[in-house]
Design a protein around this ligand. Structure first.
Ligand code: NAP
Length: 282
């Protein structure tokens, strides 16, 4: 059996860092980080995410408010609300649950968020900075991938890393963060030829395609390190892109689903609010 990369364990470590930061602030009579998370309508997935954010943030002493807006509010109303939060010195981080209701110009709304408060790295400004290698709030899922690799002391410099998936939200930013760590990165997608062969020759495989159990033992070797970002629902169970049963004893290290990448993402999002608070004070 390959070593299991334990996202829950790493999340506990990061939570401790946040708790220490919050306590340090309180002990010095200073304000704690503050987040407003916006939900328009009541999309099931988004309701789950916002409640989870609230649970984690409040358990760590971070000030967390939900801004719940009716599904049928106008785009202008939403933009006004975001501008109000941008101008509120007591708000450090703004999270916008996506997708927005149909008919709204999502790009326009997202880019209304101040880059200083965009702790989810959604705005073009922050994404541009990310691709230029500048310091920026790291998007939480890609950050979870590199944080897990880092915490398990997996050196990336000069390593061959394959990222399967090229979405703006996972594949591309993951590839960029790995590149920033001096890995040699190959990005693969649905039109890639010889995917098995490319993966078999890689040191690290990051898979984010949304196809349950897709990656099997034919894609790996005994030294492979496999990071599974996928979360599909299969027979009512959250299932990764990797066939864990068939792959886990054929590789060096692997993340489970659940309990891997996804176990850390929201904690990293909350952690960005600590950085935002420090930035906003300087
Ligand atoms: P997405 O936008 O649907 O993108 C999927 C990508 O996978 C596309 O680039 C697609 O290629 C590629 N792809 C699909 N089938 C493929 C195949 N058979 N071989 C090679 N490449 C293939 O999905 P996403 O938003 O990036 O999400 C990916 C997965 O991560 C989903 O399961 C999602 O639920 C999960 N996720 C998890 C977290 C977390 O916190 N754990 C966060 C976000 C997303 P083309 O570009 O050629 O179409």
């Amino acid at each position: 059996m390959g070593m299991i990369i334990d996202g829950k364990k790493v999340a506990l470590e990061v939570k401790e860092e946040i708790r220490n930061f919050v306590n340090m602030r309180k002990n010095n009579g200073l304000r704690v980080p503050s987040i407003v998370s916006i939900l328009v309508g009541n999309d099931g997935g988004s309701v789950f995410y916002i409640n989870n954010q609230e649970k984690i943030a409040t358990s760590l002493g971070v000030d967390f408010k939900k801004l719940l807006l009716e599904e049928n509010i106008s785009e202008d109303h939403l933009i006004n609300e975001i501008e109000r939060l941008n101008n509120d010195d007591n708000v450090d981080g703004i999270i916008l649950q996506l997708p927005l209701p149909k008919g709204m110009n999502e790009k326009k709304v997202i880019n209304t968020i101040s880059s200083y408060k965009d702790i989810d790295c959604l705005t073009y400004e922050n994404q541009g900075k990310l691709y230029c290698g500048e310091k920026v709030f790291l998007p939480c899922t890609p950050n979870s991938v590199v944080t897990l690799l880092d915490k398990y002391e997996i050196k990336l410099e000069g390593k061959n890393v394959v990222v399967i998936g090229r979405s703006n939200i996972v594949g591309k930013p993951v590839a960029q963060l790995l590149l920033n760590k001096n890995a040699t990165v190959t990005i693969c997608h649905s039109r890639t030829k010889n995917l098995q062969e490319i993966c078999k020759n890689a040191d690290v495989i990051v898979v984010a395609i949304g196809r349950a159990n897709y990656l099997n033992e034919d894609f790996v070797n005994e030294n492979s390190i496999v990071i599974d970002v996928g979360t599909s629902s299969l027979n009512g169970k959250i299932t990764g892109d990797v066939n864990f049963e068939r792959v886990s004893d054929k590789v060096k290290m692997i993340t489970p689903v659940p309990g891997g990448v996804g176990a850390l993402t929201t904690t990293l999002l909350i952690k960005n609010s600590c950085e935002a608070l420090e930035n906003n004070e300087n």
